[in-house]
Design a protein around this ligand. Sequence first.
Ligand code: ATP
Length: 505
Amino acid sequence: MAAQSKKSPNALMEKLVALCKRRGFIFPSSEIYGGINGFFDYGPLGVEVKKNIKDRWWRDFVQRREDIIGLDASIIMNPEVWVASGHVGGFSDPMVDCKVSKMRYRADHLFFSPVVVDGETIGYISLLEGEEMEDAAEKMALELKRKLAIQGNLEPLELKEFTEAREDEYELIPSPATGKPGSLTPPREFNMMFQTHVGPLQDSSSVAYLRPETAQGIFTNFKNVLDSSRVKVPFGIAQIGKAFRNEITPRNFLFRSREFEQMEIEYFIDAEEETWKGSYREWIDTCMAWLKTIGLSEDRLSEYIHPEEKLSHYSKGTTDIMFAFPFGVQELWGIACRGNFDLTQHEKHSGKNLQYFDEAAKDKYIPHVVEPSVGVDRIFLALLVSAYDEDEIDGETRSLLRFSPAIAPIKAAVFPLVKNKPELVELARSIYRELSLDFPVFYDASGAIGRRYRRQDEIGTPYCITVDFDSLEDSSVTLRERDTAKQERVRVEDLLGIIRDQVQG
Ligand code: ATP
């Protein structure tokens, strides 16, 4: 873990956002028009990293597994799908409005506590969920006590979600925007699906939704896949694609946006107790191990088991793989045992038979599923957090991204030592041309070599290749490794093999 990230979480996020913009990883969407909250564009380097994440996932979970096959379903589906899945009726978050500031909060992200001094409630404090929330709340309580000039002992605060507030407390809890009570509304359910209309008529008969998850496209194609692929339970269907949620409070950069990409698998199993327990554990371990292979800091990863009383009625268990982001430990990957709820619902609503026939056992049933579901953009942010570092080389501070070669947007940069010596330039360009047949390579002939190295370190390029005068004599070049800045002479003909091995990993 990079040392500086522990010291100042906000400073690290600010640095990452600035670096992403400056170097072309991520831009705010439609920025020249003032942007639009909760949407982002991936720039020339960002699109490479994102593609690498998705390619790795597809390679490891689809291409290299006999039991998983892929799918790419449409974003807009028959609206009945979302009735069956429960999204029309229940895909909502409780929201709270501040009538004065017009700010809107997710009620389960807004915390409050009465401030009690010597047994007497002197007022309330409120604040948004975050790291070190307890400390901040205590400071607010002490400040309230000081302002009201009340003597006595402050009793320990009991922070609760706004969803747990009693009706008579709504009026008393201050708005985080104004600091004053009286302006917060009671929590109301807010459906997060984006609506649109299909076809020329703009009435209720043409309403459709942008999918809020990719999973339902898998369930609705279950029968098609069964009939066309000769798969046998246990097997999985995997999908990567865009999902849209009208989040009440998009925040923390890529962590919670309104348009994002998911990588989901529905892994179909039989209903036996042993089977789902084994498969559930296996999926948690597999996902955790995979995250480490792409370079997420091990010490930032943990598991969170959802308490039984908070699970939906059909769920047998859910575990989230958590990541310690600079703004707190948050969900990265959810692994849910959904029973056979979804297929059963679709069978009911569509009237189509969605049973699986087990030929060996001559048994018909609706399979159960384990669903590992992860956001590409959240992984992207976790990778940035894991990879960002600052160190000192030759007395100079540098910032770098320690991306694994598989994830790095550019795998190697090629530099001629000087740009006015045609033979050097020609050799450097020929190396560039050859390597770029296999992976993204950057050619840079301008500026001092040290500066060229720093520019590549900052975007995470694992290798820099310098062609110098000796290269013309011995067909060797200097290969510099990003993390250690170690340099070695390597024969030109060996370059491709060395770098390719690292990139493929
Ligand atoms: P949260 O509680 O954070 O809103 P969730 O539990 O609703 O998330 P799921 O429905 O389980 O999320 O979605 C699966 C995965 O999709 C999440 O683990 C996350 O990686 C990703 N994801 C969900 N919502 C967003 C979002 N608004 N922005 C980016 N990624 C998201």
